[in-house]
Structures are given as C-alpha cells and as structure tokens.
Write a protein of this length. Sequence first.
Length: 135
Amino acid sequence: MTVAEVVRTRLLSLSAVTALVGQRVRTMVLAQNETLPAIRVQRISETEAMHLRGSGGIQVARVQVDSYAASFAAARTLDAAVHGDGAGSGLCGFTGAVGTATVHAILPMNVQDAYEKDEREYYRVIREYEVHFTT
C-alpha cells in the first residue's frame, strides 16, 4: 500500500467522514465537477528512516489532505472529522493496522485555509501530516 492509500483507507473507515462525503475520498486528483464535499489525499514526500546499520524499516511520509466544500463552514466541519480529537478518532494521533500496513503514528504538521474559483466557487482546508508506517 502507498501512503496515500493508507490514509484514504483510514479516512473511509471513519463514520464521521463518510457521513459527510460518502466514498468521495480521492488520491491525487478530484474530478473536474466532483460533487462536494470531497477529500483529496496526496503524498508530498517520503523517506525511509535509516540508522547506522541500514534501514530502520519504517517509512516516513508527508501527506496533504484537502477538505473541499461549497462553504467555508462545511469545509471546516469536514476538516474536523478528518483531523479528529487528537487521540486517534481521526487522522491525528492514529496508530494501528490499515489494510496491509501498520501505522506507527500520524502527526499533524500544519493547516491552511483556501478559497478557489474556477467554473464554480469552493473552499478548502489544507492539512499536512507526517505518517510513520510499515507495509
């Protein structure tokens, strides 16, 4: 599993998230006219933890999770479901098995708000996490 697949699978296991987006958790690209609200997950970077004797066996990835909605309030509500309470109810603080991967930690990095307009207007909350995992 890639780190984006790990995060997507975790998000789809959260009833607070699926109550808002159903199955609309995408990796890399949203459809041009995607039904909102929706989530996009993408890997920003990934490294393998190393020590002096070689690989530590743990991958460390930086992942961006974008919560898209038609209003800023709806984007923030979706982001709150994605993030959780910090004790593993969402992504923040989660540890455990996800499919064939083991997540050792999902740690919050930063958050940003955005407004975009193309053919339509939409709001986005952008969160980045550091994900420590093994496959």
